[in-house]
Design a protein around this ligand. Structure first.
Ligand SMILES: [Zn+2]
Ligand SMILES: [Zn+2]
Length: 244
């Protein structure tokens, strides 16, 4: 690496990042936000995806027709848009799991920093977002389960990078929903319909709703619905990853 470029990088980076090793391959070469340049190129991009729910769509000649998936055409989601940074596949899925279940905050920070950069162009498109709101975790889970809300940590990093305020208490989870993993999208939607409550501070604001992974989209839809019911003017969803 040319000396001037190296020097430039050293001077513009926070101190703890100079000699970091890549979280994925251990290389010390051009590590940015915890992942080396070569591993960053190999991360699973989502490609062309549905505007409503971020589901990856097959490329066609007539892209105009294919802006939404069949489900969103049939039943438009409450949020104006959903954007995810990567497909939920190797190694993103492994990093998300390390972050979520093993309290690997370095993995979480890496994912959120890389996603903040990659999603920045979407965020800059008008209408401007007024406030970021993380998907909450029910308090019982917070006390006895994982103990921290990973969406909150992601929202804080997005907020830093995008220079936006965060309202971590604007959305509350009022009913502990059973594990959603075995339910269909329709069942999840029904199960989640009244599980969130949004506060009056979102009134007339364009809310950027932040989550780690969009699986069926039902959680984000229920949260968006409750933000709109509380008077939010618009909700746009931002996530690290989307399951295909
Ligand atoms: Zn690497
Ligand atoms: Zn869709």
């Amino acid at each position: 690496m040319p000396l001037l470029r190296l020097l430039g990088q050293v001077l513009t980076r926070p101190l703890d990042k100079h000699f970091a090793r890549c979280l994925l391959c251990g290389s010390g070469d051009e590590v940015q936000a915890g992942v080396c340049a070569s591993c960053q190129c190999d991360l699973p991009s989502l490609g062309h995806a549905c505007i409503g729910c971020a589901l990856p769509l097959a490329e066609t000649q007539d892209r105009h027709f294919d802006r939404y998936c069949a489900t969103c055409i049939q039943r438009p989601p409450p949020q104006a848009s959903s954007v995810a940074c990567w497909a939920y596949a190797y190694p993103i899925a492994q990093l998300v799991q390390r972050f979520k279940y093993q309290r690997d905050f370095a993995a979480g920070r890496t994912l959120a920093e890389l996603a903040a950069q990659a999603l920045h162009p979407h965020v800059q498109q008008p209408p401007r977002i007024d406030i970021l709101v993380p998907i909450p975790m029910h308090w019982r889970k917070q006390l006895f389960g994982r103990g921290y809300n990973q969406a909150r940590l992601i929202a804080d990093i997005f907020a830093d990078y995008w220079r936006l305020p965060v309202a971590p208490d604007a959305l509350r989870k009022v009913a502990a929903s059973d594990s959603q993993q075995t339910l269909s999208r329709a069942q999840r939607r029904k199960n989640l319909a009244h599980s969130f409550a949004a506060g009056p501070q979102v009134k007339d604001l364009h809310v950027g709703l932040v989550d780690d992974v969009i699986t069926t989209g039902a959680t984000q839809e229920a949260a968006a619905q409750s933000l709109l019911a509380a008077g939010a003017s618009r909700v746009s969803v931002y996530a690290l990853a989307r399951t295909p």
